[in-house]
Design a protein around this ligand. Structure first.
Ligand code: AOF
Ligand code: ZN
Length: 355
């Protein structure tokens, strides 16, 4: 590992502390190095608050040292006025002579302008150190800004013989996850901005789609209910967490925590849902079921990652699990004695970096 890679990998560690709190902003970490000694560190803690560079610069005790230091940042310093002023201006103002950047910012208001601004000011700029790792860390942000849709994660649990549930019209679902792997599910939920389920899943499983077995924010809950026939006493309508209902109707909006969004069901609804979520700045989406909804995302090639928990149980018949081509699966992991299969969409295959 080169010296630059060593400091950018520290930036990545720092950036990761912002997980679950920075969206729709990216996670970013910054390190300030003076003659091979780290004299300052920072990361973007929360959307709306100071950027990584600002926090790193603030953490330096003797500002005079900045004139002989290098600032390492996992993402190109911003050049625009957003909720905070441009980091590139601050770096110039503090007379930091050298900037080493992990990857470029795909956000249209920045997209290379930060680098240009720094270079024009006579600062030495290196771009692309551990670029793949840096892009992987902010894959949700990149997908949102380049494909104009949320980053989509699919998730389900299936029996050894490939079923996600028994055939039923009521009663409780077969419990496939165990308490430990369900904690992992709640962790995944906390990392996303929204969770989507279909009507049948909402009705039969009555999920709360909360993160109660983990910590952090609760994502927005999304449900498709074309004819608005789901009972109002479902957990999804508990009013504790925001829920969007996709429907063909245009009902009046009874309370602020349940929002109805009209779609044209004579056309494919997935692109319409993507458009709504993009407009609402929902940067990442976890799709939890049912099988038909998950399969429609797969068939439309609208997914980025998938996690499948393989449960050592034979159901013999029931609702068939969705299927993703074998070639998209990466090395499986074992968590708490359970095999978790991880598939990555070909458009993200370059992100060959472990979480
Ligand atoms: C950086 N360092 O730590 C982050 C950056 O509204 P604002 O002012 O917070 O700006 C948000 C944009 O700034 C965001 O879309 C992305 O382009 C960039 N994020 N840039 O220099 C940081 N988080
Ligand atoms: Zn910035």
């Amino acid at each position: 590992m080169t010296k630059d890679e060593k400091y950018i990998s520290r930036c990545l560690q720092l950036a990761h502390n912002g997980l679950c709190n920075t969206a729709p902003n990216p996670m970013v970490g910054a390190v300030i190095v003076y003659h091979d000694t780290i004299i300052g560190e920072g990361y973007h803690i929360r959307c709306g608050e100071a950027h990584a560079e600002v926090n790193a610069i603030r953490s330096v005790k003797d500002e005079n040292l900045l004139k002989e230091s290098t600032i390492y940042v996992s993402l190109e310093p911003c050049s625009h006025y957003g909720k905070t002023p441009p980091c590139a201006d601050l770096i110039i103002e503090k007379k930091i002579p050298k900037v080493v950047i992990g990857c470029m910012d795909p956000f249209s208001l920045v997209a290379g302008r930060g680098i240009e601004k720094l270079r024009k000011a006579g600062i030495e700029v290196t771009v692309g150190v551990l670029e793949e790792e840096c892009r992987h860390l902010i894959r949700r942000f990149i997908t949102f800004n380049t494909l104009k849709r949320p980053y989509i994660t699919l998730k389900w649990a299936e029996s050894t013989d490939g079923f996600i549930d028994i055939n039923r019209t009521g009663g409780k679902p077969i419990k496939l996850s165990n308490p430990l792997t369900s904690m992992l599910v709640h962790k995944k939920r906390a990392e996303h901005d929204a969770i989507l389920v279909g009507r049948r899943t909402a009705l039969l499983d009555n999920p709360s789609l909360s993160t109660r077995n983990w910590y952090g924010k609760h994502p927005v809950r999304l449900v498709i209910d074309k004819e608005l026939t789901l009972p109002r006493d479902l957990e999804l309508f508990s009013g504790r967490i925001k829920t969007f209902v996709f429907t063909r109707k245009s009902p009046h909006q009874p309370n602020t925590l349940t929002e109805y969004i009209s779609l044209d069901f004579s056309k494919d609804i997935l692109p319409q849902i993507m458009e709504v979520l993009y407009q609402k700045k929902i940067q990442s989406l976890l799709v939890e079921g049912g099988s038909i909804l998950l399969q429609s995302f797969i068939d439309s090639s609208l997914w980025d990652e998938a996690f499948i928990e393989k449960v050592p149980l034979c159901l013999k018949n029931g609702i068939e699990a969705p299927s993703i081509q074998k070639k998209y699966f990466k090395l499986n992991k074992i968590y708490f004695g359970r095999e978790i299969m991880h598939a990555v969409h070909p458009q993200n295959q370059r992100q060959n970096v472990a979480d």
